[in-house]
Design a protein around this ligand. Structure first.
Ligand SMILES: O=C(O)COP(=O)(O)O
Ligand SMILES: [Mg+2]
Length: 230
């Protein structure tokens, strides 16, 4: 590891859905549990890349828009309650960490790295899922779309997560799978690594991340050190 230039450990901040954990099947399941109660046709995995990324409320709103159905405030409140209760009750479902993640965390931790999660999922859902998967203790901070007044793509969601984790933005990188992650990092002036296996509705290269890794075996100290500003 290179010489310490700051008191804080270097920090890698991960997005959750589509980056750390493959949650697609369970998200689709719980979303459909809710929306079929309003008579909507169930969504499929292929729809998910359009629906996910800005939290549960946006996912429900986008599903109704996709089906060209109006959504009242009252129905939205009901849909949220049904989705969240179903999703929470069935955790971890079939959601699992992507290949190579555990090895990468072990390797980087041994080199003095710390980790955090910055997701637009509700904080409670993110924490429960990571705890069910016995991963929560690996992260110095886990923040969700409702943890601050703003959420990704706003810089403050990422910067607030870095602060909570005891990190320093000049010794931090973001790892994500979609537009909101790349924009949040850009807005916070933090380098960003993208993964192509998540839920972006456009090819990740078109979003111009600093680096694309094909898998977590490519998330190395050399790569991260080369990207960090400080
Ligand atoms: O749940 C969502 O809509 C997005 O979650 P993510 O920020 O972890 O990708
Ligand atoms: Mg994501």
């Amino acid at each position: 590891m290179s010489a310490d230039r700051s008191a804080s450990a270097p920090l890698i901040v991960f997005d959750l859905d589509g980056t750390l954990i493959d949650t697609a099947h369970d998200l689709v399941d719980s979303l459909n549990h809710a929306v079929v109660q309003a008579g909507l046709e169930p969504v499929t995995y292929d729809d998910l890349t359009f629906l996910v990324g800005s939290g549960a409320k946006a996912m429900i709103e986008r599903t109704f828009a996709l089906r060209e159905r109006a959504l009242s405030e009252e129905e939205l409140a009901f849909q949220m309650k049904e989705f969240v209760a179903h999703y929470h009750a069935h955790m971890p479902g079939v959601s699992r960490p992507y290949d190579g993640l555990m090895d990468a965390l072990d390797r980087l931790e041994a080199e003095g790295y710390a980790f955090a999660v910055c997701t637009n999922k509700m904080e409670k859902l993110a924490k429960t899922l990571l705890s069910e998967l016995k991963l929560d203790h690996r992260f110095k901070a886990i923040t969700g779309g409702d943890s601050f007044d703003v959420r990704k793509p706003h810089a403050e969601h990422l910067l607030g997560t870095i602060r909570l984790a005891g990190g320093d933005p000049v010794r931090a990188v973001m790892v994500g799978d979609s537009l909101n992650d790349i924009l949040a990092a850009r807005n916070a002036k933090v380098p960003v690594i993208a993964v192509p296996f998540g839920y972006s509705d456009v090819p990740i290269a078109t979003l111009d991340p600093d680096v694309i890794i094909q898998g977590f075996d490519e998330l190395t100290v050399t790569l991260v050190e080369g990207l960090m500003a400080g």
